[in-house]
Design a protein around this ligand. Structure first.
Ligand SMILES: Cc1cc2nc3c(=O)[nH]c(=O)nc-3n(C[C@H](O)[C@H](O)[C@H](O)COP(=O)(O)OP(=O)(O)OC[C@H]3O[C@@H](n4cnc5c(N)ncnc54)[C@H](O)[C@@H]3O)c2cc1C
Length: 411
């Protein structure tokens, strides 16, 4: 909704219940959930349009119920596709596990993942927001400062029409890993940056026919480890590979053919649709609530993307924030529930999401002990004990965190 050129509903100087800064997937869906509960929501986005660059694209089965309650799942289903299995392979030996998701039908009505570029999810969220008269979205509105005035928050920014100022009773920084909101509050973002460079590459290449791959694949190898996921029915895949960040970034495209050939799938024409080289971090903000300003998604915590835990964490942040924040606005919920939300979400990232993502990255890209890799793959393909199988497949639901019921209504 309202990328530049469309009619934006200007809200400058008016006071919204909640100003959400950043129309990435987390900010756009949070704004939608709050607007659906009748709150006046203003969503500010610095870019003139939705950014289509390759980023997250897998929505796990365990977040789909929350997305369904937001009313966006049918559109996601129509524009993306359902994936019902994943594959793990040790590249050097060829040992592989084909793991169906069917057993999770015991605990969910959605026993599949959905593959869909995150920019498409943002588009869907904005389309839904557009139908709500109490939701306002401004593209091309770059926030430059945020100050908590005690009973409201003042947001300064720049847009096409010059400098702007907005006010919100509450403000949520959903403005990504380089969050201006976080920096404006003087909050640290401690942790580490990996020495690797990841290259998220969207390309057309017959991974299925030549490589025997499925829709979602982890290839374990210390030299050529990668994650390959099918994006759509046109033969487009996301291939995420890594290299030393000491190599010059401008040479990525020159090295790419060699890296593809090293997978040993065979010589076939390929077409690169888009690629993004980027650095990965394991970092989190000092806290996720600072007075009347909350941080959410990548603004609050960043992880390497192996295993797709970054956006999944952001999804659980937003799904568990909608009810308490909507309730605090009307006075039905005590502000302490937001303190609790902030501390549980941060703890869940630090204790679970970040270590899980680091361990998965290690196995895919760094582990040199083939027997360990084969042990992992054998474990994944051991379906003899249904309870153990279900336990493995549901392990990631720990990212929901342990919030009381009222937080979890959407999660
Ligand atoms: C190349 C790449 C590949 C990735 N692959 C995966 C993956 O496979 N799986 C996975 O789970 N995760 C992946 N991630 C991470 C995933 O994309 C993020 O976790 C996700 O985008 C977080 O969503 P968000 O809404 O919190 O932040 P973002 O998507 O970063 O959105 C933030 C928004 O805020 C806007 N903004 C920033 N500053 C301002 C400002 N000052 N004023 C107003 N607006 C502002 C930005 O323009 C942006 O639209 C990847 C990331 C990258 C970079």
């Amino acid at each position: 909704m309202r990328p530049r050129g469309a009619a934006a509903k200007a809200c400058r100087m008016s006071k919204s219940d909640i100003v959400v800064i950043g129309a990435g997937p987390v900010g756009a869906l949070l704004a939608l959930g709050l607007a659906q509960r009748g709150r006046e929501v203003l969503l500010l986005e610095s870019e003139p349009n939705i950014l289509p660059s390759p980023r997250a694209m897998v929505y796990y089965w365990h977040v789909l119920e929350g997305l369904d309650r937001l009313g966006v799942l049918d559109d996601m289903d129509a524009r993306g596709f359902r994936n019902k299995a994943f594959l793990q392979r040790v590249l050097s030996t060829g040992l592989q596990a084909d793991v169906p998701l069917a057993p999770v039908a015991a605990v969910t009505g959605f026993p599949y993942n959905i593959h869909l570029g995150q920019h498409e999810l943002v588009r869907i969220a904005l389309e839904h927001l557009e139908r709500l008269p109490n939701a306002h979205v401004e593209f091309g509105a770059k926030v430059t400062a945020v100050s908590d005035e005690g009973d409201h928050v003042v947001i300064e920014g720049e847009s096409d029409s010059g400098r702007g100022q907005w006010r919100g009773r509450w403000t949520v920084g959903a403005d990504g890993a380089r969050s201006l909101v976080r920096r404006s509050l003087g909050l640290g973002f401690g942790g580490t940056t990996w020495p690797d460079r990841f290259v998220a590459t969207n390309l057309r290449y017959p991974f299925g026919e030549l490589g025997g791959l499925g829709n979602a694949n982890m290839i374990f190898d210390p030299e050529n480890g990668c994650v390959i996921a099918r994006i759509d029915d046109t033969g487009l895949y996301r291939w995420t590979w890594s290299e030393s960040a000491e190599l010059p970034e401008e040479g990525v495209l020159d090295r790419l053919p060699g890296r593809l050939a090293a997978l040993g799938f065979g010589d076939a024409p390929y077409e690169i649709d888009a690629f993004t080289p980027y650095r990965m971090h394991q970092r989190s903000a000092d806290r996720m609530k600072h007075g009347r300003v909350l941080l959410i998604g990548d603004a609050a915590h960043a992880t390497n993307p192996t295993g797709g835990l970054g956006l999944t964490s952001g999804m659980y942040d937003l799904l568990s924030l909608i009810e308490p924040l909507a309730g605090v606005i009307t006075g039905e919920t005590d502000e302490s529930s937001l303190e609790e939300w902030a501390s549980v979400r941060l703890e869940t990232f630090r204790r679970h999401a970040s270590p899980m993502a680091s361990a998965t990255k290690h196995m895919v890209y760094d582990e040199t002990d083939v027997s360990k890799l084969e042990g992992l793959v054998r474990g994944s393909s051991d379906f003899t004990d249904p309870v153990a199988t279900l336990g493995r497949l549901t392990g990631m639901t720990v990212l929901r965190g342990s919030l009381p019921r009222h937080h979890e209504e959407l999660a």
